[in-house]
Design a protein around this ligand. Structure first.
Ligand SMILES: NC(=O)c1ccc[n+]([C@@H]2O[C@H](COP(=O)([O-])OP(=O)(O)OC[C@H]3O[C@@H](n4cnc5c(N)ncnc54)[C@H](OP(=O)(O)O)[C@@H]3O)[C@@H](O)[C@H]2O)c1
Length: 310
């Protein structure tokens, strides 16, 4: 039987997604009518991205699931017209990209690369960084992305500590949970990586009180979500030297406004929400597998718990 699938990502994504989705549907043995426009009452599944135009899901009365292309879910699951199950994107390509971004920026800090890259004098100043085994890295959030980053850093011998909502066990990673666990992780994070979702419980996880728990001069990477950090508190901690440097990929308002103090701060690197991107070929396999599962009456992969917020 054929199913009708509406692609509701932004127009620029279509040329790459159309062939990738069609190939994935064929591989999964699905007969799909895939279009960018449908009469809403005929749609069985919606492929969704917050960057697309679709906001009101009310007319999609026969839709069995909304299949997200993004890992982040805060904007869609708070949409009151979303009554269908929602799946978020967990994609091998997205995970691999995040591992590369996090590892690259952790190594920048660990090896103190800026010292040589930005040297303007001609002085032969030798500095030997410690080995990774003597550098502690904290990762807040041990989900699809945080756990992959934690394990990649552990494979490089970093002393990795992670924090999640529930207790976890990951080889080579010292796992913590609970408010006391957060304090333990912060107290030993020379480099701290934020990979938590944006929920009411995680907003301002880094604030004046928690930033003060970090070792003096700690470095921060935020590829998670802007709202995890109380911006004024981070700026004050940077000015006081409590935080040595921050690399921020995500912000409360994106694009980051031109006059935001992060742009001009000498101890902040801004990257424009590029830490990782969903990859059409691998993501299309996930979408196809979820349609196959739904049609077969099997549980969906990566279904978001709307009450929990992620
Ligand atoms: N910058 C980019 O380009 C980019 C790209 C992709 C994703 N992201 C962002 O990366 C973040 C992580 O994505 P993901 O796919 O790894 O998410 P995920 O699989 O849902 O994992 C979330 C992790 O955070 C933990 N967590 C949630 N609420 C918590 C709380 N209140 N206290 C302590 N821990 C909590 C969860 O704990 P449990 O394990 O106990 O549930 C889990 O370990 C998201 O915010 C996403 O939007 C950014």
């Amino acid at each position: 039987m054929s199913v009708n699938v509406l692609f509701a990502g932004r127009d620029a994504l279509w040329p790459e997604y159309e062939p990738a989705l069609k190939a994935a549907f064929a591989k999964a043995g699905l007969v799909v009518d895939l279009r960018r426009e449908f009469s809403p009452s005929k749609v069985d599944y919606i492929i969704y991205a917050p960057s697309g135009k679709l906001r009101d899901l009310t007319p999609f009365t026969r839709c069995k699931a909304v299949l997200g292309l993004w890992a982040g879910v805060e904007s869609i699951i708070t949409n009151p017209t979303l009554t269908q199950p929602y799946t978020r994107m967990v994609d091998a390509g997205l995970t691999e990209g995040m591992v590369e971004w996090v590892t690259g920026h952790v190594l920048r800090y660990h090896l103190d690369m800026d010292r040589d890259i930005f040297r303007e004098d001609r002085e032969w100043q030798v500095h030997i960084p410690p080995l990774a085994r003597h550098r502690s890295v904290g990762i807040l959030g041990l989900g699809a992305l945080g756990s992959a980053c934690a394990q990649a850093l552990s494979a490089l011998n970093f002393d990795v500590h992670g924090w999640s909502r529930s207790a976890k066990s990951l080889p080579g990673v010292c796992c913590h949970y609970s408010p006391a666990g957060l304090r333990d992780v912060l107290a030993q994070s020379e480099i701290l990586v934020l990979l938590l979702p944006n929920t009411s419980a995680t907003e301002n996880t880094l604030n004046a009180e928690t930033l003060a728990l970090l070792p003096k001069g700690a470095r921060i990477l935020n590829p998670g979500r802007g709202a995890l950090i109380e911006d004024a508190a981070l700026l004050a901690a940077l000015d006081a030297g409590q935080v040595g440097h921050a690399t921020l990929d995500v912000f409360r308002v994106e694009p980051l406004p031109q006059d935001h103090p992060y742009w001009a701060h000498p101890d902040v690197t801004v990257t424009p929400h590029i830490a990782s991107e969903t990859r059409p070929v691998t993501a299309s396999d996930v979408i196809a597998e979820n349609i196959r599962r739904s049609e077969a009456g099997e549980p969906l992969l990566h279904q978001v718990d709307k009450a929990r917020g992620y």
